[in-house]
Write a protein that binds this ligand. Structure first.
Ligand SMILES: [Cu+2]
Ligand SMILES: [Zn+2]
Length: 216
């Protein structure tokens, strides 16, 4: 279970929560904001003790400069045939996933996609072994739900007239570590028959599970 308690940051591991809790967009330089936060109290303290002294410089923050973790997996349809792949990159504050599905892979139109809780795509007819959405804190489903989203929720993707897809989506759910997709039993990327309305329970009316990729 994640330690944070305020609603705005309850779903996020600490490293990702700071940006949100400060209320600043990713566009703003986080390092500068942190510097201000850290220097502020230090300055007040120092000034009270010794007015003539310069505040100590905050420690340098280096973790955001590290390279993103990557992960790739194939996507299987309900016949167990490979129809494409997912490519995940996970940085300090967000995970980015690219989907590449070949022509004939999906029915044309919008499809809901989610991270499901178990990395098992072996029951190809229904993909029920992947269980429900990743959801460690009983959030409601839906990116547009005021009591959501759960950690498995993602934007819809659109399959072209030929059934191919090239899409990229982001998520605050990490790949590894606390609450990560690659936990003990893994996770799965599930593609649904219909689009997700991002509001209704339990899966936004997205319908049956038609494709699956193991994330383990
Ligand atoms: Cu789903
Ligand atoms: Zn959900």
């Amino acid at each position: 279970m994640r330690g944070a308690t305020t609603p705005a940051i309850r779903r996020l591991p600490l490293g990702r929560s700071l940006d949100r809790s400060l209320g600043c967009s990713r566009g703003l330089p986080l390092a500068a904001t942190l510097l201000g936060l850290l220097a502020g109290p230090a300055l007040a303290q120092e000034a009270g003790k010794d007015p003539g002294k310069e505040p100590a410089a905050p420690p340098a923050k280096t973790d955001t400069a590290s390279a993103p973790q990557t992960y790739e997996s194939t996507i299987a349809n309900s016949k167990g045939e490979t129809i494409g792949k997912i490519m995940i990159r996970d940085g300090a504050n967000s995970l980015v996933m690219r989907l590449a599905i070949q022509a004939g892979g999906l029915p044309p139109g919008w499809h809901g996609i989610h991270f499901h809780a178990v990395g098992d795509c072996s029951d190809t007819e229904k993909f029920e072994k992947s269980k429900a959405h990743v959801n460690h804190d009983q959030s409601k489903h839906g990116l547009l739900n005021p009591d959501g989203p759960d950690e498995g929720d993602l934007p819809n993707v659109y399959a072209n007239a030929d059934g191919s897809v090239n899409a990229e989506v982001s998520s605050e759910t990490p790949l590894t570590g606390e609450g990560g997709l690659r936990d003990g039993d893994g996770s799965a990327l599930i593609i649904h028959a219909n689009e997700d309305d991002h509001t209704s329970q339990p899966i936004g009316g997205a319908g049956s599970r038609i494709a699956c990729a193991v994330i383990k």
